[in-house]
Design a protein around this ligand. Structure first.
Ligand code: UDX
Length: 495
């Protein structure tokens, strides 16, 4: 690794090798580089961006020992493997760096993605300053704290929310235990409730997580997660290491998560830097693993303002053939223009769009544009885009909020359900789509967002959020100030 000459403090960034984690880490690197720091990226061999696209950064490969089988494991099991496999190679690389004559005068500061917690462990062991970058929302982290308790009390793994109408927002978890005991003694009334048709979707408000209004048990990242044991293991590892970092950087926006930030801060007496949205501080940087198809921008240029629905499920979510079919006809019948990202391999059983229903492409050729991967930040900032059908990954969520685009929230897994619930019920910037995809409902939901008065109001509110975001990143704004404080703080860390 070449040392970047004549720059400030050396920062070694350790991104988690998935697009939704690589992006915020590279954005942070770009921002800190502009503040005069020298940036090196310690990356796994699995999934890393092309170093030649980032001439300002140095790159340090870490042997990840990931086998072919492990690379197809579920996300969380894969994270566990990475943390086991990378620890020793990372430690050896760091020791090599420290022994290097050039670096004797200054040890690096490690900034690692919270999912790459092996890096924090190694840094702690070698007595190096280290900072966590949290690429998810704060509320998720606050929620993680309640899992061990829920597990101890026998509520996890939660497999079926139909048991949960017993809960009530006002009921403490102790009371819930009593209620569940009561349920076992006399299950007639709750059973009747379960079997009775519900008056409206909102009447399912009884399954709220105590103390976390308006989250329901089904919104918890752990709900129905196929490998909840692995998830609990990652959380336990992660939470046990949280005492190590010198500080935490959040890719969130103060006004969005004020109360969660306060709760978290009360528990962890270390400096916090709230820098979100990182994408607005580093608008030009791209760390896409897939090639962005920029032809969709000239297609957008031909569309009317606010008329296009942008559809994208991020880098991990996938669909089956039936869902693809329902989505396709729902979009076609909505009569709205759409820009649809279908990642290669994201439809099970096909390479790309071979499974789109016969006749679909011809029907919508005027009104639709399908790409393998879009320059999402540019798309969301485009005047023609008036709505975003999203899986609600945290990056997509903050990118959409920072461009004033309201959403249709169709979460896929883990933290995305929390974001979807906040978007639809707290910030009121999105419509929750909670049922199986069905073309009639897809069409109605798209029209609700794109052409109804309700959608118009949401778009108006989204624009107000965008303005607030802009204030945060301007001189004097909270994210702007936090960034300057972070730069000062890093410079004062032990050298
Ligand atoms: C994952 C998790 O799913 C998410 O919940 C977690 O918070 C972060 O890691 P992912 O599913 O890929 O991320 O979603 P998201 O967080 O939205 O990140 C996707 C990134 O890819 C965004 O920065 C988005 O701008 C970018 N993208 C997506 C593109 O550049 N082009 C596309 O066509 C689609």
């Amino acid at each position: 690794m070449e040392k970047q000459k004549s720059r400030g403090r050396r920062l070694l960034l350790v991104p988690c090798p998935f697009q939704g984690h690589i992006n915020p880490m590279f954005q942070l690197g770009t921002i800190l580089h502009s503040k005069g720091f020298s940036i090196a990226i310690a990356h796994t061999l699995f999934n890393f961006p092309n170093p030649s696209d980032h001439p300002d950064f140095d790159f340090l490969p870490i042997a990840d020992g990931i086998s072919k089988e492990e690379s197809t494991e579920d996300f969380i099991t894969f994270i566990l493997s990475l943390n086991v496999n990378c620890r020793i190679p990372f430690q050896e690389s760091l020791c090599g760096m420290i022994e290097n004559q050039d670096l004797l005068d200054e040890i690096p500061c490690i900034i690692y993605d919270s999912l790459m917690y092996f890096a924090g462990d190694v840094a702690h062991h070698l007595k190096l300053p280290n900072i966590i970058l949290q690429t998810c929302c704060v509320t998720n982290l606050v929620l993680y704290k309640i899992y061990p308790r829920l597990q101890e009390e026998g509520y996890l793994p939660v497999k079926d929310f139909t048991f949960l109408p017993m809960y009530n927002e006002q009921v403490s978890s102790q009371d819930v235990v009593e209620l569940i005991k009561g349920f076992n003694i006399n299950c007639k009334a709750p059973l009747q409730e379960l079997l009775a048709p519900r008056a409206s979707k909102d009447s399912i408000s009884l399954d709220l997580v105590p103390g976390f209004h308006p989250l329901r048990f089904r919104d918890l990242p752990i709900f129905n997660y196929k490998n909840s044991d692995a998830l609990l293991q990652v959380l336990a590892d992660f939470c046990s290491l949280i005492r190590y970092p010198s500080a935490i950087i959040w890719n969130t926006i103060e006004f969005l998560e004020h109360s969660s930030l306060e709760k978290y801060q009360q528990r962890h007496q270390i400096p916090f830097f709230t820098l979100g949205p990182l994408n607005k501080f580093a608008p030009a940087s791209s760390s896409s693993l897939l090639e962005e198809d920029i032809s969709c921008i000239s297609w957008l240029d031909k569309q009317r303002p606010n008329s296009v629905l942008y559809v994208s499920l991020g880098s991990l979510a996938s669909m089956d053939k039936k869902q693809l079919n329902e989505m396709a006809w729902g979009l076609a019948n909505s009569k709205q223009p759409f820009l649809w990202v279908i990642r290669p391999g994201s439809v099970s059983g096909s390479e790309w769009i071979e499974l789109l229903p016969d006749g679909f492409v011809e029907v919508v050729c005027e009104r639709g544009c399908i790409v393998k991967w879009a320059p999402q930040k540019v798309v969301l900032a485009h005047d023609a885009v008036g709505g975003f059908w999203s899986h609600c990954g945290w990056n997509s969520t903050v990118e959409s909020i920072s461009e004033g685009v309201p959403m249709i929230c169709w979460p896929y897994f883990l933290d995305q359900r929390v974001h979807a619930r906040y978007l639809s019920h707290v910030w009121r910037l999105g419509i929750a789509y909670e049922n199986e995809l069905e073309s009639g409902e897809v069409k109605e939901t798209v029209r609700r967002l794109m052409v109804s008065e309700e959608g118009q109001e949401m778009r108006q509110r989204a624009m107000e959020f965008k303005e607030k975001v802009e204030l945060c990143i301007k001189p004097g704004g909270c994210s702007y100030n936090s960034l300057n404080e972070l730069a000062k703080y890093i410079s004062t860390l032990k050298k």
